[in-house]
Design a protein around this ligand. Sequence first.
Ligand SMILES: *Cc1c(COP(=O)(O)O)cnc(C)c1O
Length: 356
Amino acid sequence: MRLFTIGPVQMYQHTLNIGANLIPYFRTNEFSNIMLEIDEMLKNIIGTDTSSESIYLTASGTAAMEATVMNCLDRSDKALVISGGSFGKRFEQICEIHSISYDALRLGVDEEFRSESLKPYEAKGYTAMLVNLHETSTGQLYDIKVLSSFCKRNNMYLIVDAISTFLCDTYNMDKFGIDVSIISSQKGLCLPPGISIVVLNQKIISEKVNSINPRSLYFDFKDYMNNLRRGQTPFTPAVGLFLQLQDMLKHITDIGIENRLLEVKNRCEHFRNNIKNMPITLPNYPLSNAITPILFKQDIAMKIFEELKDKQQIFVNPTGGELEDRSLRISHVGDLSLADNTILLNEIKKCLNDDK
Ligand SMILES: *Cc1c(COP(=O)(O)O)cnc(C)c1O
C-alpha cells in the first residue's frame, strides 16, 4: 500500500515499530519527562521561544481549531476569517457556533489571495485573524508575510491553522509574528491521527487565554497549561502517539529541519516536473510543497482514484466540491521516494491512455 494522501500519510518504519509496543502507564515521572522533552523539541522546530506554551489535545485538528477559538476569542472580539476552501469555511462555522463576531474574506474557485485582497478590511476594527495558512482543500498557500504585516498594522492577533504546512513548507512562529499555531499529528509529523497541538505565545496567553473561561470541561486551555508545567495532561492522552511523537521530533532534530523540508520539496518538484508533458494542469495560485492539486481535462478523477486504489493499492486525495470529477490532490509528505513518484506517474499515464 502506498499513501499519497495527507493524512494519514505514508508513515516511517521507525514510527510503526513504536506502535507495536505495549502502551505504558503515564502518571509517572518518566512519562512527564518525555512530555517535557517533546515540548522543548517542538518549540524549537516550530520556531518559538520557551515562554510560549503548548496545549496537547487527544483529538483531531478540527477540535484544536474549535478549542482555539473558544479559548482565545470572546464576545469583545471581531475576527477576520480567510475563507478560501472547506477549512476556511470550518473556521466560519466555529465562529458562528461560539457567537464570535466575524467577517469572511471569501476566495472564489481558482482565485489567488493577494495583498490587495485585504484592502477592504484595513482599519475596520478587527481584533484577530483566523487563517488556514495552507488551505488543504485547494492547495493554495497564502503569503504569510502579507498576512503578518496586515495583522501587525491593524493590531490583530494572528491565529494560524498550520496543520498542513508545518514540516512541509518553511514555518517559523516567532519570525512570522504568529500568536497561535495549530498543528496535528497525521500531517507533516507523519504520525497516526489522534493528537493535535496548539502553541500559544505569551502575549495571547496573558491578554486573552488567562482571562477567558470557555464553557467546556475538556477544552479549557488553562487546565492544560497548568498540567504541562509538571509534564502531564488533565485527561488520559493518546500515550502511544506521544511516544511516536517524541521519536519523530528526535529524528527531525537529528537530520535538521531544513533537510526534512528539502526531502518534501524534492519529491514535490520531481512530481511537478514529470507531469509537465501530461494532459494535466495545475492551479495558478501559489502552492504548498505538501500537495499538488492536479486538474484533468476530462471528468476522470474519481475513476483514476478508484483504479489506483483497487488495482495498485495506491491512495491519492480526491478533491471535494465542484472540482470532484476533474481534480485529485497528490501528497508529497511521508516515507515516499522518487521511485514511488514514478510508479504513481506511470499508473496515472496508464489510466489516461485507457480512457482514450
Ligand atoms: C487536516 C486539516 C485539518 C484537520 O482536520 P481533521 O479531520 O479534524 O484532522 C484542519 N485544517 C487543515 C488546513 C487541514 O489540512
